[in-house]
Design a protein around this ligand. Structure first.
Ligand SMILES: N[C@@H](CCC(=O)N[C@@H](CS)C(=O)NCC(=O)O)C(=O)O
Length: 217
């Protein structure tokens, strides 16, 4: 059985959504960051980066939330409901899927990390508040872009009419903006998009499994 090493609400949440969405058997393994378990030898042996998440599937040890999501979608989204989940290899939709997964992980997620941990980027801690504000401003520009893209989508999802792995990844990142002055839920297209995704039982089950409580996004 697959194992997902997680910490509640962190980058393990999107892979968790997928495991639930695809109704896969899996075990959740808590990495208690308050006890710094992610920096201890037992976990570092499995994931030398000391970051969460980690997926173990047989002899595969996979890190990076976006890579785990793509792996699960490619290998386990076989039922008719999810046949478009990762889009056919070589298709235009697949190219757009790569575009979204890369944009979300290397641009929006990276900026969100600066927003949450500005002090990690600085020698001078007194500049942290200023860096946090500028990161929030850059995130707002990205949310505007995503909102505009959704307004031009041919369906209700990032890739058009079919739900894809990118939507579940986006939901996780949208949730991370919930404490901002203008969170994802406040945008005219992103707001209903988040509301719609939240209706999925997979998302609600993952929140419950992780012991998370409202506001969810
Ligand atoms: N690019 C990595 C980022 C992983 C990451 O930074 N995870 C955070 C939780 S969201 C973590 O492990 N934080 C603990 C730490 O940095 O000490 C991914 O998407 O998996």
């Amino acid at each position: 059985m697959m194992q997902l090493y997680f910490s509640p609400g962190t980058a393990s949440l999107a892979p968790h959504f997928l495991l639930e969405e695809l109704s896969l058997p899996f075990e959740l393994v808590l990495v208690d960051t308050d006890k710094k378990e992610h920096q201890q030898e037992a976990y570092l042996k499995l994931n030398p980066k000391g970051k969460i998440p980690l997926l173990v599937d047989g002899d595969l040890y996979l890190t990076e939330s976006a890579a785990i999501c793509l792996y699960l979608a490619d290998n386990y989204a076989k039922d008719t409901e999810h046949q478009h989940f990762s889009a056919a290899l070589g298709s235009g939709s697949r190219a757009h899927l790569y575009k979204w997964m890369l944009y979300l992980s290397n641009t929006l997620q990276a900026e969100l990390m600066t927003y949450f941990y500005p002090e990690r980027q600085l020698e001078a801690p007194e500049l942290a508040a200023q860096l946090k504000t500028s990161a929030e401003n850059r995130v707002a520009g990205m949310l505007n872009f995503i909102d505009d893209s959704l307004s031009k989508s041919e369906g209700e999802f990032l890739l058009g009419e079919h739900l894809s792995v990118a939507d579940l990844f986006m939901f996780m990142l949208g949730r991370w903006t919930r404490g901002m002055h203008k969170p994802a839920r406040a945008y005219p297209h992103l707001g209903p998009y988040m509301d719609n995704l939240y209706q999925r039982s997979s998302i609600q089950r993952a929140f419950k499994n992780e012991g998370l409580s409202a506001p969810f996004y």
